[in-house]
Design a protein around this ligand. Structure first.
Ligand code: C2E
Ligand code: CA
Ligand code: CA
Ligand code: CA
Length: 275
């Protein structure tokens, strides 16, 4: 029995060793990823439920690792945050997304995800201003998606930075709404333009009365406060129809379009006679 216990412990240790090695290796590889052009932004359409038209895209980061292949953001963004690389990577994301958005029709917006750590050093307002001026993108076409995680560190300093960015004309969306503890208190502290209803609510909305009630409540809240409700993770026409009936303004999900390489986004404007 002792032997077994020790064996299991060694196995566990070996497993930990591998994870630590993996983490260090990934951190090392991440340091080279920008210069080696291994990052790419994919874009997922945001669709108006009124007429199914594309009103914008969310930029989603992809890493083509030379040996591991495509690494999902959920695996490497925590490593980039821990290693302090998220500032450099975040700047690349903002500059690339703003520059690309200038190629779309002028009513189309671009949403960029911001890590809570990017708000930690006071530089983000300058980074955003610089991405806008380098690209020439109208600030009103840029939306920054933040989670309530940004308020958890130094809430005062964060709100100051958010207001500086807001003063540039940039808009904000509260991402993953409903999954945290106090999202409601944050929409009182800062003027969000959009609330993104987390996909966990959308997934069960037709089977689960609680999920449906929560979506209805968030949609009504948005209407009362002049915000736009956006449903994430819409995968079926039945979900899209139900969301439309609830008065939800925008939707995003595999039903409307998967995240796609930049060049494919133009297909969505083919029928737009302004082009
Ligand atoms: P998120 O911001 O909530 O992004 C939405 C995620 O849901 C994306 O996963 C997207 O591909 C996925 N998704 C979209 N529609 C559907 C659907 O209909 N069904 C399902 N099951 N999933 C759908 P992705 O691209 O793997 O990104 C995961 C997370 O990684 C993002 O969650 C975000 O937190 C983070 N992330 C992605 N790109 C960036 C970035 O450029 N910067 C930062 N800081 N974080 C990023
Ligand atoms: Ca997002
Ligand atoms: Ca989300
Ligand atoms: Ca998320």
């Amino acid at each position: 029995a002792k032997q077994d216990g020790k064996g299991q412990f060694s196995f566990f240790e070996a497993d930990m060793d591998r994870k630590v090695r993996d983490w260090h290796e990934m951190e090392h590889d991440l340091r080279e990823a920008i210069a080696a052009h291994q990052f790419e932004l994919h874009y997922q359409p945001l669709v108006s439920l009124r007429d199914d038209s594309t009103v914008g895209f969310e930029a989603l980061l992809r890493w083509h690792h030379p040996r591991r292949g495509l690494v999902p953001p959920a695996e490497f963004i925590p490593v980039a945050e821990e290693a302090g690389l998220i500032h450099e990577i975040g700047t690349w994301i903002l500059e690339t997304a703003c520059a690309f958005a200038t190629k779309w029709p002028e009513q189309i917006s671009v949403a960029v995800n911001i890590s809570p750590l990017q708000l930690g050093n006071g530089q983000l307002p300058f980074t955003v201003a610089s991405a806008l001026s380098k690209s020439g993108l109208d600030a009103a076409r840029l939306v920054l998606e933040i989670t309530e995680g940004v308020f958890l560190n130094d809430s005062d300093q964060t709100v100051t930075a958010l207001n500086q960015i807001r003063a540039l004309g940039v808009h904000f969306a509260m991402d993953d709404f409903g999954t945290g503890y106090s999202s409601l208190s944050y929409i009182r502290q800062f003027p969000f333009k959009k609330i993104k209803i987390d996909q966990s609510f959308v997934r069960g909305m037709l089977e689960n009365p609680e999920s449906l009630a929560i979506i209805r409540a968030v949609t009504n809240l948005c209407q009362d406060l002049g915000m736009i409700a956006t449903a994430e993770g819409v995968e079926t026409p039945a979900q899209a129809q139900a969301l439309k009936l609830l008065g939800c303004g925008l939707a995003q999900g595999y039903y409307f379009g998967r995240p796609m390489p930049a060049a494919e986004t133009f297909r969505l404007f083919r029928h737009d006679n302004r082009l």
